[in-house]
Design a protein around this ligand. Sequence first.
Ligand code: MN
Length: 328
Amino acid sequence: MGKIAIEEHFNLPEFNGEHPQYVNAELMADINRRLLDLSTLRLSEMDAAGIDFSLLSLTAPGVQAVTDTPRAITLARQANDTLAEVVAANPTRYGGFATLPLQDPKEAAAEFERCVRRLGFHGAMVNGFTDNGDAGWYYDHERFLPFWERVAELDVPVYLHPRNPLPANTGIYDGHPVLMGAVWMFTVETATHALRLMTSGLFDRFPNLTIILGHLGETLPFTMWRISHRAEAMGELIKFEKPLSHYLHHNFYLTTSGNFHTQTLNATLAEMGVDRVLYSSDYPYESMREASGWFDHAAISDSDRTRMGHLNARRLFPNLPARIGKDA
Ligand code: MN
């Protein structure tokens, strides 16, 4: 049985001008070509890497960077309709994550419901905070409570994917542009966003919410004990009911996207348990072959490899097709 990968990105021509260039121009040109391909090249890469099924998501920042709310709503619907067609044309190889216009939380809730109930999507991929022309909206804000209420009803995961912080929040990186993007900025931005969700009490209000983090949890498996331990001393600042580590262990799943290192995986498994870790590559920012070349031969048990490779995804996304892969 081949693997299921869940942080696998595509792009649409109408978004092509809007996503940042993370790496050198030649590599970025190749990434852009691969983002726009949803047929032969991607499927042959999946075959070569032993990936039977990819859950596809619009690449970051997607609609999260759109400051015009009606336009964000239109673009999200358009992206979701196109993805539904791509999935319908290849239902044994592709599934979909919704793009959500969180500029308007009620519209985002309605669009998420449409994507899950009518388009058959398996969750959503949200690319960090949503632009609002000012400081950005992070999803612990009370304006998002109607959205989270709908997510809790739909009972499907939301993948919290990185983006770069707003320029106003990048002072610490002045003179060090090499640290932008996936090198380090993404990690700090996304881990902080996840901690904002935990400390806001969101998971006390909606205990069944499931958030997925890529990159083996954006450092949180390694930092959580200290965070949780020191947070207990914060007295009246505490707005949450349980130790912070409880939320990481009960409301989060992590993937191997872009973090292909066995020592790090072993520490993640020790902290999270194997049932909460899933295989992913982060194509095309990473190579499916490199991801799988590492994962398929890493010094872990075959039982753990099978669970992370596809069994955990089957449990987390119960509506995946019964038969997947090119021979289905
Ligand atoms: Mn990614």
